[in-house]
Write a protein that binds this ligand. Sequence first.
Ligand code: UD1
Ligand code: CA
Length: 471
Amino acid sequence: MTSAVIVLAAGEGKRMKSAQPKVLHQLLGRSLVGHVLAAAAPLGAEQTIVVVGHRADLVTAHLAEIAPQAVPMLQEQQLGTGHAVRVALPDGIKGTVIVLNGDVPLLRPQTLRELVERHERSGAAATVLAASVGNPAGLGRIVRDEHGRLARIVEERDASPAEREIREINAGIYAFDASYLEPALGRLGSHNDQGEEYLTDVFGLLVQDGAAVAVHVADDPAETLGANDRAELAVLRGLMRDRVNLALMREGVTIIDPQTAWIDVTASVARDAVIEPNVQLRGATQVGEGATIGPDVTLVDTTVSEGASVVRAHAVGAQIGPSVSVGPYASLRPGTVLLHKAKVGTFVEVKNSTLGEGTKANHLSYLGDATIGEHTNIGAGNIFANYSGATKSPTGIGDHVKTGSGTIFVAPVEVGDGAYTGAGSVITKDVPPGALGVARAFQKNIEGWVARARPGTAAEEAAKKAQQQGD
Ligand code: UD1
Ligand code: CA
C-alpha cells in the first residue's frame, strides 16, 4: 500500500536560465511537475506531498490549480535531495513511500506501478528505478558488488574514474519502506562535493546495515530522462510528441506528418480524424470522428465535432459543430459557437458569438457578441461594431437573413428573420423581419464631368470611345 508520494520540486534548475522554477516549464499540456503528479496519481497514495523551495509561491499557486489534493511542503534552503525528503516525510508514517524527482516527465504510470509491485513483493527496504543509457553524463551511477547486487549510488562528481564508466544510472525515482527510510534520513551526512544531504546515500547506509535493497531497471530508458536545460527539454518534448502521436495512430487517427503534429497529452482526437501538417492541439481540445484539422492550425481548449474541417486557423475556447467548415485564415476567439454546417471563411474573426445551423460568414468580417440564427448569410466585409469605447453591446440577427457586403452593425441592434441589408449600410436601428435595411448615401452620377474637368486625359479618351460605341 502506498502511503505517500513525495515529489521533489524545490530546486531552481539553474541551467534553465529562467525566471520560472524548472518544474513549471511546460511540456505538451502539463508542467514538468504536472506530468510527474499525473504518473503517480493512479497509485492512489493516501497523501501526495510536493517539496517546494525556490519560488515556492509560484509552485504552490500552480499546484493549487492542477493538483489541489497535493500538499506543498516548504524546504527553505535546498540542502539536498535527502534533506528535502527529511523535511517532507510525515512523522511516524508506515508503508511504502514513493519519492520522485520533479523533472522526469516521461515516466509512465505503468513503470511506477511495476516499481512499487517489485518493491513490495521483494520486501526490500528500498528500491531504486535504474536505466542503462548511452550517455550517463551528470547522473548518479548504480554501483553493484561482485554478485551484481546494489552496493551504493554515487553522484558523477563524487565518482572514481572507474565508476564514471558505469552506464547504469539512477533515475531519481524510488520506493522506500518508511520504517527504514525515516531512521536512515537522520543519519545522512554531507561529505560530498556539493556538501549536500543526498537521498541516494540512504541506499549505501541500508546496504551497510545489511538491509535488502533492490534495483528495478526500466524497460525504456527514455522514461527516466530529466530535463536540466532547454535543449534537454526540447528533446523530451519531441519524445513526448512521438509517444502521443503513436498512441493516436494506433487508435485510428491519421497523422500525415507526425513530426509537425504537436498534440498535448490533455487533448483528445477521435478515430478517422485526419491531422494535416503543422497542427497544434492544446489544453482541453477535443477533435471528433472524421474531422480534418490543418494544415497550419492551432486549437486551444476548442471542441471540434465530427466531420468538421478546420484549415489554416487559430481558435481559442471555441466550439466547432458537426460538419462545420472553418478557414482558410480564420480566427475564432473564446465564446465562439458554430452550429451544424455553419461556415466561417477567409479573414473572418469571431468572438463570443453563435452562428446557427447552416449560417455562413465567408469573407473578411468581424463578428463579436452576436447571436445569429439559421441559414443566414453574412456578406463580405461585415463588421459588428460591438464596442463603444466604454461598453460592449450585442447584435441579434435572425434566420434566413442576407446581409449586404460591407454592412456595419452598430450594436445594440436587431435584425429580424428573413430581412436583408443593403451593401455598405451602417445599421444603427433594428431591421424588422422581411424588411430591407439600407443606410447609406444614395448615388448621383454627374454626366460629362471627365470631359469638363479632365480634358485630354486617357480617361476622357476611353469615355469618348465608349460613348461613340454606345450611340
Ligand atoms: C539526482 C540524483 C542522481 C540522479 C538524478 C536523476 C541525488 C543526490 N542525485 O541528481 O543520482 O541520477 O537525480 O535525475 O539525489 N531538490 C529539492 N531540494 C533539494 C535538492 C533538490 O527539492 O535540496 C529537487 C530538485 O528540484 C529536483 C530533484 O530534487 O526536482 C533532483 O535534484 P537535482 O539537483 O536535479 O539532482 P540531480 O543532480 O539531477
Ligand atoms: Ca536533475
